[in-house]
Design a protein around this ligand. Sequence first.
Ligand code: GDP
Ligand code: MG
Length: 441
Amino acid sequence: TLSSRLDTVFKSLRGRGRLSDADIDATAREIRIALLEADVALPVVRSFVAAIKERARGIAVSQALNPAQQVIKIVNEELIGILGGDTKTLRLAKTPPTVILLAGLQGTGKTTLAGKLGVWLKKQGHSPLLVAADLQRPNAVNQLQVVGSRAGVEVFAPEPGNGVGDPVAVARDAIAHARRHVFDVVVVDTAGRLGVDEEMMRQAADIRDAVSPDEILFVLDAMVGQDAVNTATAFLDGVGFSGVVLTKLDGDARGGAALSVAHITGRPIMFASTGEALADFDVFHPERMASRILGMGDVLTLIEQAEQAFDQEEAEQMARKMAASEFTLEDFLNQMLAVRRLGPIGNLLGMLPGMGQMKDQIAQIDDRDVDRVVAIIRSMTPGERHDPGILQKSRKERIARGSGVTVTEVNQLLDRFGEARKMMRQLAGGAGLPGMMGRGK
Ligand code: GDP
Ligand code: MG
């Protein structure tokens, strides 16, 4: 995944305050590979990476996040931006019926989508009508009728036995039917072909001209990968569309097609289909797709949590102290508390870039542990907290008694602190700070 790639890049990063051009180039390379692996089209990757590089140059040093996390955050924000930012909703006609035309290649899921939209629209309080304007395949009308009855939505279809029907006439009649019978949204299913095809485009454009749709939804199979851009551009030229519906997101496609098409056509992705059943459907959530493309939803959640948990001022102070090798027992305590604020530690450790070194230290901490540590440290004098080396046996006994622990436990804490301090000194001395601690200047 991208996070592990970046982790590797930043391992080489010393305790410097800013990303150098070389760091940024190395990072950009990894992002580029990750996006290509997710099947994002090359021109899109290029312009995207250029934008990331530009932003990475300008970033201020964050106390809460390490460089890898910062870059991932930028990448994520840019992805969400391209994928549409906020969720888009259907544009409804001022005078009903609202007309929605479905266009796309054969097998992408248009007919299935008609049923899903029907259910969804009903839930929104609409009264939808599905229109069978795919008269290309013998079975297409029947398929929509089956889908419609499953969805509990009326289907307008040409009278059987009228020879080869005219899809434009059917669509036009359907609008009139909707007006008469107070359907307020009409969803027109159209014929697709296996590949981009002049006649298919012309037919869809003719239907479009006959019914003046309020929305034309281009239906795209998320599994097609690199082909998505060509198909989308062809439909944009041939029919035009106002929004995109991604289907088959239940497959293992990483979703690069979504990014490519959103970037190249500038049209919002409005809905997502995630299975054959009518219920497998939702409005499109850009942030979910972004983390799918990056392949790192967990890391993104963690970044958010780390930013919240790690108080800026606290972090700055800590960084200063580390640089001066003044890491004290009190800092040790604060650090433990900051880590604890992140939630169940076991779940988190593996996810954090740069977290490897701290893993063992933190893995030993549990709630009761922290309580004991608090008690022990509070029983010490300020002088002892600053330099626990001055603690004699009798003082340790007093502290143990005062905090309700054994002398062994006091010694264990001091050992652990000694280890942590040694590590902090090493890190501050040029080995890069661990992810959890933010980065000092
Ligand atoms: P159309 O030719 O564009 O009308 O496509 P269909 O609606 O007939 O769908 C083609 C096939 O894809 C059917 O077998 C559907 O059940 C299936 N399908 C549609 N949407 C999805 C989806 O989101 N996930 C999966 N796994 N299958 C889907
Ligand atoms: Mg169909």
